[in-house]
Design a protein around this ligand. Structure first.
Ligand SMILES: *[C@@H]1O[C@H](CO)[C@@H](O)[C@H](O)[C@H]1NC(C)=O
Ligand SMILES: *[C@@H]1O[C@H](CO)[C@@H](O)[C@H](O)[C@H]1NC(C)=O
Ligand SMILES: *[C@@H]1O[C@H](CO)[C@@H](O)[C@H](O)[C@H]1NC(C)=O
Ligand SMILES: *[C@@H]1O[C@H](CO)[C@@H](O)[C@H](O)[C@H]1NC(C)=O
Ligand SMILES: *[C@@H]1O[C@H](CO)[C@@H](O)[C@H](O)[C@H]1NC(C)=O
Ligand SMILES: *[C@@H]1O[C@H](CO)[C@@H](O)[C@H](O)[C@H]1NC(C)=O
Ligand SMILES: *[C@@H]1O[C@H](CO)[C@@H](O)[C@H](O)[C@H]1NC(C)=O
Ligand SMILES: *[C@@H]1O[C@H](CO)[C@@H](O)[C@H](O)[C@H]1NC(C)=O
Ligand SMILES: *[C@@H]1O[C@H](CO)[C@@H](O)[C@H](O)[C@H]1NC(C)=O
Ligand SMILES: *[C@@H]1O[C@H](CO)[C@@H](O)[C@H](O)[C@H]1NC(C)=O
Length: 627
């Protein structure tokens, strides 16, 4: 009893017992983890300077309430520290004025820890009832309990002053000089403040695919037609969980785009933000500098990864049969076959073996090269030695060649189009998904390659810009020779359903611009920021975001062809063998004709000669008989 009377006198009336007052202020600042305090009082004889000098660790600014007004309050409250403890005596006559000023300037928020001293509970509650107190406010109402010589502490917040909710006052604990603070609150701040009393919050979403026989809510809650507005409906699913958990409902404003800066003003959702029409947006946003003046970004919920997707053209410059060896090696082999045949012929000729021709030696050499053996009988050991070496050489080449072919059939063809430059050079047609961010990117980019793509590959053939919807674009991808810039998270869902295994294996992708992180945004200074940030972290932690991702996003389908079937060499690749065969057949036919002609000619000459001999003989005989 004695204690409290002293304290009460100290706090409100005089400064006689300075040590007690000091202890009280320090324990409050320690309790709120702050070293910055502002004291508003209406007493007249405190010796505060003395206190300040004693405790260099704690910075206190002390103001008489009669000297605080609209003009200087902002300077007083603006201390470069993230947490400020404020101690105010609510029994003063000027308190209500200060409260009204703080209300308009939104000082009842998480940045300030208010400690309000009062000796009358009901009058203090009445004072606070009309104030703009935030959901995240840190207000402790300390009512003096003269009988028990302690303060009774109450926690005060308002789910939403803007939407007309009532102040919520809960018991917080006690404070006395001997034991300090005894806080009995359970759980975290947000856990305690879970009931927003069914207020309706204004939010915005991009929804372009709502059908005529459907309400917006039906559309947002359904998961059919998952290609449409996937990011937005994904995010709606998360916001819905929060609204149910926190007992508020959403008044959804519909828009067609995020909102980009055009001619100095925004469109889409950003315009709603700028006109304070909404508190936060369900549609996730990318962080850009111009937006950050209006909105706060919190957690990333969606990774936007639009890519150029196309079927990689099968480009075999040379046929698979020639591929294993370079043209140099092929030429060297031919040259060596020729040299070997020459050597064999020469050696044999020098040995005066009969029936030796270059052609026969050449055929034998080709036979050896193709692992077919040879028909001649070579007796000279020099020739045999040459042949053995050549057989070894040919079998080494042959081994390498055939294993290369087997190997290349088992592995995938390497993809040769791997960057934008190669894509431009490949001559593949390019289309763009018709979304706001693609329009914005192409119209504002400074990336020279993207500009080149836009000017030379898109605008040239399609003055309108070749924008199309996902279904259309994916059909074109399937037809081939077409690259489509599309958000892959949902495009791959469609592709997986439509494409054959072979087509999936040919799929290739590349970035036109880097991935973008889309996250929850909220209007600057909103009381819901802490709620959304903390809760989205929890949703990530609980795996609910992953669950939503699995509903709305699809990874690139895996190429499973190599497991199920081995690629066969097709006619395109082998045609040249057949062409070669046909030409050779024709050539041999021509050669056969030539030979026939040649034969006939020789035959005729011979017959003619024979005939002339015969007649000569006859003549001779006749002459002889005559003679
Ligand atoms: C508060 O106002 C009342 C009357 O309006 C006055 O009697 C009282 O002295 C004032 N108190 C202070 C601390 O100024
Ligand atoms: C507390 O304030 C209320 C209303 O302001 C008043 O009716 C009541 O008399 C006050 N009580 C004390 C003990 O001053
Ligand atoms: C304080 O004690 C007085 C009598 O001693 C009693 O009338 C009053 O109700 C008590 N007040 C509280 C808040 O307990
Ligand atoms: C804190 O308050 C509770 C309930 O009022 C009480 O049971 C507990 O003993 C107090 N603790 C201290 C350290 O005073
Ligand atoms: C804290 O939890 C205990 C036990 O669950 C409960 O009895 C008490 O009322 C709670 N206190 C507050 C302030 O909610
Ligand atoms: C939600 O708020 C309304 C209005 O205050 C209230 O009637 C209802 O009980 C609350 N629901 C929950 C689950 O707290
Ligand atoms: C709306 O119409 C489409 C066809 O236009 C139909 O497939 C769908 O089932 C209808 N939805 C409802 C809710 O009636
Ligand atoms: C910007 O202003 C110019 C001239 O007023 C107009 O032609 C153009 O269409 C505007 N652009 C947008 C995106 O509104
Ligand atoms: C925001 O709104 C104000 C009017 O409230 C307007 O003057 C300003 O141009 C808008 N800013 C943008 C970037 O749209
Ligand atoms: C609290 O309000 C002040 C003044 O309006 C502002 O500067 C500060 O950023 C706000 N803090 C939070 C956490 O919103």
């Amino acid at each position: 009893m004695k204690f409290l009377v002293i304290l009460y006198i100290v706090l409100f009336k005089t400064s006689k017992c300075f040590e007690i007052y000091k202890k009280f202020v320090i324990s409050f600042l320690n309790e709120v983890n702050s070293h910055q305090g502002i004291i508003f009082h209406c007493g007249d004889s405190f010796n505060f300077r003395h206190f300040y000098e004693d405790n260099q660790n704690y910075y206190l600014s002390i103001h008489h309430l009669s000297k605080v007004n609209e003009n200087n309050i902002e300077t007083i409250m603006q201390v470069n520290y993230h947490k400020i403890g404020l101690i105010i005596d609510t029994n003063c006559n000027e308190t209500l004025d200060l409260f009204n000023i703080c209300s308009t300037l939104n000082f009842f928020n998480a940045s300030y820890n208010w400690f309000m001293l009062s000796d009358n509970f009901s009058s203090s509650i009445e004072q606070l009832n009309r104030q703009n107190i935030n959901l995240d406010a840190e207000i402790t109402l300390a009512i003096i309990d003269k009988n028990a010589s302690k303060f009774l502490l109450y926690d005060v917040y308002n789910p939403s002053y803007k939407y007309g909710a009532e102040n919520v006052i809960t018991e917080k604990g006690t404070f006395d000089i001997k034991n300090g603070f005894n806080i009995t609150l359970n759980g975290t701040k947000l856990e305690r403040r879970r009931n927003l009393q069914g207020i309706t919050v204004n939010v915005a979403i991009v929804a372009t695919g709502v059908q005529e026989n459907q309400t917006l809510f039906e559309y947002l809650e359904s998961t059919d037609r998952p290609l449409l507005d996937a990011q937005h409906r994904h995010s709606y699913g998360l916001h819905k969980i929060l609204s149910e958990k926190y007992n508020y409902s959403l008044f959804i404003h519909r828009s067609t785009s995020w909102g980009f800066l055009r001619n100095g003003s925004y469109d889409g959702i950003m315009r709603m933000y700028n006109s304070s029409q909404i508190d936060f947006s369900i549609t996730p946003f990318r962080h850009t500098i111009d937006r950050s003046f209006l909105i706060d970004h919190t957690l990333t919920t969606w990774v936007l990864a639009p890519m150029l997707v196309f079927r990689h053209p099968k480009k075999s410059l040379r046929s698979p049969f020639l591929m294993p060896l370079s043209p140099w090696v092929w030429n060297m082999i031919l040259i060596f076959i020729f040299i070997i045949s020459c050597l064999i012929t020469l050696t044999m000729k020098s040995d005066k073996v009969k029936n030796v021709t270059l052609i026969r030696a050449f055929m034998n050499a080709v036979g050896v090269m193709c692992q077919q053996g040879f028909t001649e009988e070579y007796r000279k050991s020099s020739v045999r030695f040459l042949l053995i070496t050549f057989i070894l050489f040919s079998s080494l080449i042959y081994q390498f060649y055939s294993s290369y072919i087997v190997g290349s059939l088992l592995t995938d063809q390497p993809k040769t189009i791997n960057n934008l430059r190669q894509l431009i050079d490949s001559g593949i047609d390019i289309g763009i998904e018709d979304t706001a961010y693609n329009h914005d990117f192409l119209e504002t980019t400074t990336d020279p390659l993207a500009i080149e793509i836009y000017n030379t590959r898109i605008l040239k053939n399609h003055p309108e810009g070749n924008y199309m919807d996902v279904n259309c674009g994916i059909e074109k991808i399937q037809k081939g020779n077409f690259a489509f810039q599309v958000e892959t998270a949902y495009a791959y869902r469609l592709i997986e359903g439509k494409f054959t295994d072979d087509e999936i294996c040919e799929l290739h992708q590349m970035y036109l611009f880097a991935i973008r992180l889309l996250g929850v945004t909220i209007v600057k200074g909103s009381p819901f920021k802490q709620l959304l940030t903390t809760e989205f972290i929890k949703l990530t932690e609980n795996g609910i975001i992953s669950y939503q991702n699995s509903k709305w996003q699809k990874k690139k389908p895996k190429c499973i062809k190599s497991v199920t079937k081995i690629k066969s060499v097709d006619l395109n690749d082998t045609s040249w063998v057949f062409i070669l065969l046909v030409t050779m057949i024709l050539m041999s036919f021509v050669i056969a004709l030539c030979e026939k002609l040649h034969f006939l000619l020789i035959f005729k000459v011979k017959i003619f000669k024979k005939f002339s001999y015969k007649t000569k003989d006859k003549n001779m005989k006749i002459k002889k008989t005559n003679s």
